[in-house]
Design a protein around this ligand. Structure first.
Ligand code: AMP
Length: 222
């Protein structure tokens, strides 16, 4: 099964993709995580990507597409993929369709997690992470026991450069137009499923699983 999670930054794609990939036995591929890892390793790709990421802009298609296509052609992606944060532009979606067709595969469903924008801003600007062990906190929903300190390992928490308020608005502006274009693109293919992304994460997971069940049992509505 090849699935895409679509949604604006902060819609919960990362959290849900990790859960669903595990439940369904799919490889979770996040282009944002791949870029952050490349940047942390100081590779040429990572350093180039970093400039765009910290400004809240999209990394150019040529870099992003090459990285993603290389990843989905590896053997561990053959059992199925859960894409999170890709595609983010129409050329990316078209390149993905072509590459999957060459592999004799196709996207089965696109799950569009919808959340009102005011809520996205609150979610994104409240997110803090541990640079040491990777734990994620949120000042509204899951604050650390001691402000600014990781519960698990005691390191000082940091905020992603692109979660800082000025950058958050830029990220939303950049992504909004493309997200709508992608929803239209996959809607025309009959693969789009809109999911209410508000409420408890567990409830959102259930809605996503119900939509996927509908697709696999052939009763899915486009
Ligand atoms: P994310 O963790 O998915 O929010 O991605 C973080 C940042 O990585 C984005 O704001 C972009 O700068 C970059 N990025 C991730 N995925 C893509 C993509 N498919 N196309 C272009 N840029 C991307």
């Amino acid at each position: 099964m090849q699935l895409i999670l679509l949604g604006l930054p902060g819609a919960g794609k990362g959290t849900q993709a990790a859960l669903l990939a595990e439940r369904l036995g799919l490889l979770h591929i996040s282009t944002g995580d791949m870029f952050r890892q490349a940047a942390a390793e100081g590779t040429e790709l990572g350093l180039r990507a970093q400039r765009y990421m910290s400004a809240g802009e999209l990394v150019p298609d040529e870099l992003t597409i090459a990285m993603l296509l290389e990843r989905i052609r590896r053997r561990d992606a053959a059992a199925g993929i859960m894409l999170d944060g890709f595609p983010r532009t129409l050329p990316q979606a078209e390149a993905l369709d072509r590459a999957l067709a060459e592999l004799g595969r196709a996207i089965d469903a696109v799950l569009y997690i919808q959340v009102p924008e005011a809520l996205l801003v609150a979610r994104l600007t409240g997110r803090w992470g541990c640079p040491s062990c990777g734990a994620i906190y949120h000042q509204l929903t899951s604050p650390p026991r001691v402000a600014g300190v990781c519960d698990r390992c005691g390191a000082t928490l940091t905020q992603r450069a692109d979660d800082q308020p000025a950058t958050v608005q830029a990220r939303l502006d950049t992504n909004r137009v493309w997200t709508e274009a992608l929803a239209e693109f996959y809607g025309a293919q009959g693969k789009l499923h809109a999911i209410d992304g508000t409420g408890e994460p567990a409830a959102i997971t259930e809605r996503l699983l119900a939509a996927i069940d509908g697709v696999t049992s052939g009763t899915g509505k486009a």
